[in-house]
Design a protein around this ligand. Structure first.
Ligand code: 5GP
Length: 110
């Protein structure tokens, strides 16, 4: 099923893109929960973490390393940041195309 993130990947709708390579796209969250709030998404649509399989292992690792790289670029790595993936309704997932939230720039509550 197509999501708003597919439309961001295909540039049908705009986003403030901060990074792109063959595997992933990263852009600013439209409703930031922290001064720095990026979403790191795979270009291939995987609905939830439950739908990931061993073939996606390298891709998931690449998403994590991209989050760390972007935290450094944004200047929040030293003070610290949070990387989060929500899964399904109880996890707070709203967009069914997996994504990492990378949030920093202030002390985040637990
Ligand atoms: P989830 O709750 O699924 O983990 O997070 C989805 C995130 O996507 C939310 O933080 C929300 O603000 C963000 N989001 C939803 N629609 C858009 C959009 O059209 N553009 C951008 N940049 N972010 C979006």
């Amino acid at each position: 099923m197509s999501t708003i993130f597919d439309k961001i990947i295909s540039r049908e709708i705009p986003a403030d893109i901060v990074y792109e390579d063959e595997q992933v796209l990263a852009f600013k969250d439209i409703s930031p929960k922290a001064p720095v709030h990026y979403l790191i998404i795979p270009k291939q649509p995987i609905a939830t973490l439950n739908d990931a399989n061993p073939e996606h292992q390298a891709l998931l690792g690449h998403m994590m390393l991209t989050a760390a790289k972007l935290a450094k670029q944004a200047g929040v790595a030293e003070d610290g940041y949070r990387v989060q993936m929500n899964c399904n309704p109880d996890g707070g997932q709203v967009v069914y195309h997996i994504h990492l939230h990378m949030m920093g720039g202030k002390a985040l509550s637990a």
